[in-house]
Design a protein around this ligand. Structure first.
Ligand SMILES: C[S@@+](CC[C@H](N)C(=O)[O-])C[C@H]1O[C@@H](n2cnc3c(N)ncnc32)[C@H](O)[C@@H]1O
Length: 322
């Protein structure tokens, strides 16, 4: 798994390793103590998985699609992917293994790709990368490097399995959260931060971290669940939102912009994408738990089960001054 940090090696002089290394060591220790790791360790050592490599990769389909040589045995790959349920973002077609994730992330990609701007030869980060679906999508635009950050060990393991099959040396994974951007001063040309800000206890500080790690003239795409109201408002949650225990405050689209302006960004553009639907987020065989349909009021889907406004999606693109 530590191999996923490989793309960082050539930038070691620009990264504060004194800050980052202890965080990565802690994440590694935690991952090795996890249930996922103990059920996977032996499977990952299976020779027919170890030698499995994609011989073609299609990144412009809805599903990231890998093909293997006809002689390849993908039996262990299926068991490994099953052991890593739930798959939150996707879809993936890994030879004959079709992973229908909870989120049909190609729908988000179609909304976000047109507002990203140029990616070629840029240093791109995806904060809250989950298993790396958007990193691989970004890789088709030839970034200098595309680095995902996510503190959940299952996400790191899912990414590691995909990267083992794909082997793109420009794509890497840092198994830590948004606060460790402190170790990447003025490093990125473009940061994506999608579906993360409402999980932050201090969204102002989180946006400061984004600002700190973007180069002058660089940009951020901050996407979030939002409440569909006008004005710059932050709904501070008394309790769960859409059954999520780890959501703290849901912004309006304008409040997303305000968070970025307060962090120092300028030249903002707001994009409102409308309500999240059960076409985009739903229970599947690969994410067999409650999903959006269970989080909305069955009698009034414009409300969450707790009575809050149901989630919309919006993104703000903002620039760091030169
Ligand atoms: C709702 S999912 C969004 C996934 C993906 N970015 C998307 O937009 O579809 C939130 C992701 O953020 C990750 N996450 C949670 N806390 C985080 C933190 N402090 N820093 C970075 N990522 C975090 C979660 O593990 C999860 O993968």
């Amino acid at each position: 798994m530590l191999r996923t940090l490989g793309p960082l090696k050539r930038f070691r002089d620009e990264i504060d390793l004194g800050l980052l290394a202890p965080e990565v060591r802690r994440a590694w220790k935690q991952a090795r103590a996890s249930n996922h790791w103990s059920s996977l360790r032996n499977l990952l050592q299976e020779p027919n998985f170890k030698k499995l490599r994609a011989d073609s990769i299609q990144l412009n389909n809805d599903a990231i699609t890998l093909a293997f040589p006809s002689s390849a045995d993908t039996t262990h790959l299926r068991s490994i992917c099953k052991a890593l349920i739930p798959w939150r973002i996707g879809p993936y077609q890994l030879g004959g293994v079709a992973i229908d994730a909870e989120w049909r992330s190609h729908i988000k990609w179609e909304r976000i790709a047109p507002i990203l701007g140029p990616v070629e030869n840029q240093r791109v980060g995806d904060i809250g990368a989950s298993n790396g679906y958007f990193l691989f999508k970004l890789s088709q635009n030839n970034p200098e490097v595309a680095l995902g950050f996510d503190p959940i060990d299952r996400c790191w393991l899912q990414f590691s399995v995909l990267q083992h099959l794909i082997r793109d040396p420009r794509v890497g994974f840092v198994p830590t959260g948004i606060m460790t951007l402190e170790a990447f001063p003025e490093f990125f040309d473009l940061l994506l931060c999608m579906g993360v800000i409402y999980h932050q206890r201090d969204p102002f500080l989180a946006c400061k971290r984004l600002f700190h790690s973007i180069r002058r003239g660089g940009r951020v795409v901050l996407e979030s669940l939002t409440i569909p109201e006008s004005g710059s408002k932050l709904l501070i949650l008394k309790e769960r939102y859409a059954k999520m225990r780890n959501a703290w405050a849901i912004p309006t689209a304008e409040a997303l912009e305000s968070l970025l302006l307060r962090a120092g960004f300028v030249a903002t553009e707001i994009h409102r994408f409308g309500p999240i639907t059960t076409t985009e987020q739903r229970r599947t065989e690969w994410a067999p738990y409650e999903s959006l349909a269970d989080f909305l009021d069955p009698l009034d889907p414009s409300r969450t089960i707790e009575g809050y406004p149901a989630p919309h999606s919006a993104a703000v693109v903002a620039h760091k001054p030169m």
